[in-house]
Design a binder for this molecule. Structure first.
Ligand code: SF4
Length: 289
């Protein structure tokens, strides 16, 4: 017992101060791939190696539309390796949560040479990645919102709708002393009847569809749904098949999407804080209407 107390005292505080301060990330961490569309002379090698179809091409005559979907991306980095002109670069960006699925999609249009390489860039639709970047304020706002609007903690029910458990490991990490999600007044609960937020991982297997629906229906209004990881957003590596429905929004209305495979704890926290804003809006509308 004395040894435990001694160790605790000598370790000191281990909790990181995210989101009030930026987090120090390992050099080896792979985040969002960034695309330099001006520099990109051929998207085919990257599209060919992309394991989830996050990079897709559609050629018509001498023009090509390239679509990049961060909701499908597993941040594997293969596109950067395949891009010989170094037009694709793996960044360390992880704060990618978005409330609109369309904000996770980028498109670029090119004219083509005879050998199907890019001759010129016609236009880029960069409305994505339109994420909430004011993270420090997000944390402060979330804590205030939870206390002001709910008058108690925010309760989250997590459902694994067929995930590989990678996302679960990161969700569990949210509760450890390093990330300590309870400092925001947020806690995980066992019953959907006590929950304000439904956090869903996995591509939604057909076997889990009914269980997920029943959990959602058991929650009191107002409630918000957060889809976690590439699988929760789009089915990820599993896609749509005989066993997988291809994402949470095929079954439930989703309020916030958190990309990643799996999203790191701070990415989850960023998405949850964003979802609290949605919950506050809903509560306000309910009270007004
Ligand atoms: S990092 Fe994303 S876009 Fe690039 S190959 Fe991997 S899944 Fe595809």
């Amino acid at each position: 017992m004395f040894k435990i107390l001694q160790k605790t005292a000598s370790t000191g505080t281990v909790t990181v101060n995210y989101a009030a301060e930026p987090i120090k990330i390992s050099e080896r961490f792979r985040g969002r791939p960034d695309f330099d569309f001006d520099k990109w002379k051929d998207a085919r090698p990257a599209a060919e190696v992309c394991p989830t179809g996050a990079i897709s091409l559609s050629d018509k005559g001498d023009s090509r539309k390239v679509t990049v979907d961060y909701g499908l991306c597993i941040f594997c980095g293969l596109c950067a390796e395949a891009s010989s002109e170094q037009a694709v670069r793996i960044t360390q960006e992880f704060e990618l949560a978005a409330s609109d699925r369309r904000n996770l999609v980028l498109t670029a249009e090119y004219t083509l040479n005879a050998d199907r390489t890019h001759r010129g860039l016609r236009k880029v639709d960069r409305k994505s990645v339109n994420v909430e970047t004011d993270v420090e304020n997000l944390g402060k706002k979330a804590r205030e919102t939870i206390h002001k609007i709910l008058g108690r903690s925010l309760a989250i029910r997590e459902v694994d709708a067929g995930s590989c458990n990678g996302c679960e490991l990161e969700i569990v990490a949210l509760n450890n002393p390093v990330h300590d999600i309870e400092r925001f007044g947020i806690q995980f609960v066992a019953s959907p009847r006590h929950a304000d937020m439904l956090l869903v991982t996995g591509p939604v297997t057909r076997n889990m569809e009914l269980a997920l629906l029943k959990t959602y229906r058991a929650m009191a209004e107002p409630k918000v749904v957060v889809a976690v990881g590439a699988c929760g957003i789009s089915g990820g590596i599993f896609g749509v098949n005989y066993a997988s429905l291809g994402g949470v929004d095929k079954v439930l209305p989703v309020d916030v999407y958190i990309p990643g495979c799996p999203p790191r704890p701070q990415a989850l926290l960023h998405g949850i804080l964003l979802a609290i804003g949605r919950l506050a809006e809903r509560l306000h509308n309910d009270r007004a209407g």
